[in-house]
Design a protein around this ligand. Sequence first.
Ligand code: ADP
Ligand code: MG
Length: 330
Amino acid sequence: MSSNNDEEKPIHNDPQAQAPTGEFGLIDWIRSRARPGPRTALGIGDDCALLRVGPGAELLATTDMLIEGRHFALDAATPEQVGFKALAVNLSDIAAMAGVPRFALIALALPRGRAVDLAQRIFAGLRPLAERFGVDLAGGDTNAWDGPLVVNVTLLGETSGRGAVRRSGARPGDLIVVTGPLGGSLLGRHLRPGPRVEEALALHKIAKLHAMIDLSDGLASDLIHILDESGGRGATLDADAIPIHPDAETMSNRDGRTALDHALNDGEDFELCFTIDPDNAGPLTEQKPAHLTLSIIGTIDEGPGLRLRSRGQTRPLLAQGFDHLKTDHS
Ligand code: ADP
Ligand code: MG
């Protein structure tokens, strides 16, 4: 579709247009019609938007919504945990740009009848996290209705001295690194994500990170975002190098899928995946924060496609990560 044609069309109600499919098809559809102005340094397509708000000043902005019955159930998660997670997932998106979180806005749709109790407990859950990361609660919106609980957090932040790390900076020959073991987060870890904000800042200070994303949908699908945004690059992952969380082993024993499959495709690990120049692997592993494990899991290839190397054989890898518009998952 040519962009000229696009500009003549109304942005809705186009009978010729094919309906986009899947979450990312829909986001692409919106993105191709968004037409941001010059103050939007980076719009739709990364973990945060990057906004020019004054001479030399850039603002990071991200928003994420948690819906009862979709992202959590109140018989399995406390309202405090929901509040904690609602802020933590946004902190993770700021971490993915190596940014510094500063201000949060909290919008609530509260089930009538228990609105006040829920709002207070959500606040109690997120306030310690906001304090720990130096985030000011700057505003929000409060509604009550007959529907389920919905918590939406918008987080604003600043870029670090070295600038934001985008998804689009991966180069052929780069090493692909992850910050921790992956898989099985649905056993409970997904309720208490530890956003890698300080770690991202520390790593980006030691060496320039080329591209980065936080692992929310699953390593394979999230890495594909880096490859797509970096001009259609590819990657080869080393099966033996992918760090597998013990929870992935537990899940594997329960459902028969391999632990590696869980590590590649489960979402909500909230670790970081980034790419670096091979020359920087030494300094990063020597100077990284002591509590952090860095695993070099593969390399960026010139041509497209995601591949997995295992026991001397390389095969194409299909991503099966989370798509919010898919109807067949609970
Ligand atoms: P993340 O998992 O890092 O939160 P998402 O996959 O939710 O990222 O979103 C990918 C990109 O699409 C982001 O830049 C986000 O801001 C943008 N996006 C998602 N939904 C919409 C929407 N409805 N309108 C505009 N941009 C959107
Ligand atoms: Mg993200």
